[in-house]
Ligand binder design. Structure first.
Ligand code: CP3
Length: 352
């Protein structure tokens, strides 16, 4: 079965902005737009574990579509998790509610790294099926595929679970460079193969999540992390889709994250967008409304959204988003108002 590409996709506001072309309006989507903030998500997830949900193509399709139906956002993000490909190749891990990914046997040695298999499409047939189903349902709305970047995924593997300071991970990076290089190459290969599966099945853009890269100094990022992210972004670029590169607390890394091979640099809410635009040069940006602003009065939220949109007009392209994921207690009606506001904001006004 070969899916035909919807002719409306190429001119969608999201893909035009990602390529640095003038879109019809500022496109908007939200990281974690599918998830616990939606009552319809909580209903379909009842009694089903997170990873089991991610391996059920029909459930993934339904959950991915929920925010698109509700908000009419300009892009869908594939419902999965950054640790799913590790689970698929056989790493013993779980996603514990309210905690995050927990790995049974943390990775510490070269043998531990060698024991992790490379990913092939045969490991993830449910991903191929879900992406195909989604692309058929989404029509002119682009689907964003994603993967976790080597540093952020390594942190879960080395620490064995969530970590505030990533101390063991950075200890490996500083003290066991050969183990570190092997682990980062392994994860880069898995992430590349995982993105290739999603693009082959019809995803029209990809986002590489390096959520915890902000724990690094610029020199350490460039020396020990960026080359592996650059490999993943380079391989994704060869597939012909725009690449978004996102991390949290990265105000001193945005230039390097762009140079790693991104078409769009994702910006968290701590860095003013105009400052970020100065750092990423001739690239589009994505972001960056503080995710807690949805808890402010609507007019305050919208005023701040307008400021983000106006700042974004100085960029090569701007995709509106929150500065990190939707907080689970967010009122979906606020996100509906925000979406409508962004999509209707001075549509005639042109970029620089
Ligand atoms: O954005 C989307 O709507 C797509 C879905 C998505 C999930 N995880 C679903 C999920 C995406 C893009 C991710 C990526 C992810 N996973 C990242 C990078 C993005 C970021 O937030 O910085 C990271 C660091 C992870 C690891 C992870 N998985 C964490 C920290 C958690 C939260 C733990 C918790 O319960 O608070 C998860 C679990 C997870 N991933 C949930 C969802 C919807 C919650 C599980 C549930 O609903 O039961």
């Amino acid at each position: 079965m070969t899916a035909t590409v919807d002719p409306r996709l190429a001119d969608s506001a999201f893909l035009r902005a990602a390529r640095g072309e003038q879109p019809s309006h500022t496109p908007v989507w939200f990281m974690r737009q599918a998830g616990r903030s939606l009552p319809e998500y909580l209903r379909v997830r009842e009694g089903i574990g997170m990873l089991d949900s991610c391996m059920d193509a029909d459930l993934v399709t339904e959950i991915t579509l929920q925010p698109v139906r509700r908000y009419g956002v300009d892009a869908a993000i594939f419902f999965s998790d950054i640790v799913l490909p590790l689970k698929a190749v056989g790493v013993d891990l779980d996603i514990v509610a309210g905690v995050g990914p927990v790995v049974a046997s943390p990775v510490r040695t070269l043998d531990d790294v060698a024991a992790i298999p490379d990913l092939t499409p045969e490991h993830v047939p449910f991903i191929t099926q879900a992406v195909r189903q989604l692309v058929a349902e989404l029509g002119g709305t682009p689907l964003i595929g994603f993967a976790g970047a080597p540093f952020t995924v390594a942190s879960y593997l080395v620490e064995g679970g969530p970590s505030k300071d990533h101390a063991r991970t950075k200890a490996m990076m500083f003290g066991a460079p050969e183990v570190w290089a092997a682990l980062m190459e392994k994860i880069a290969g898995i992430a590349s193969a995982y993105l290739a599966v999603q693009v082959a099945a019809g995803a029209s853009a990809v986002q590489l999540f390096d959520s915890w890269a902000g724990a690094l100094t610029p020199d350490d990022y460039r020396a020990s992390v960026m080359p592996y992210s650059a490999r993943v972004l380079g391989e994704a670029g060869a597939l012909g889709v725009p690449r978004i590169h996102f991390g949290v607390g990265t105000s001193n890394l945005l230039g390097a994250m762009g140079e790693a091979g991104a078409d769009v640099v994702g910006v968290d809410w701590r860095t003013p967008l105009d400052q970020a635009i100065g750092q990423v040069g001739d690239r589009a940006v994505q972001g960056n409304l503080d995710p807690t602003l949805v808890f402010a009065p609507t007019e305050v939220m919208l005023e701040r959204a307008a400021a983000v949109i106006r700042s974004g007009r100085a960029a090569k392209g701007h995709i509106f988003n929150l500065g990190h994921g939707v907080i689970p207690s967010t009122d979906p009606d606020q996100l509906a108002r925000l979406t409508e506001f962004v999509q209707g904001y001075e549509p005639g006004l042109s970029w620089t």
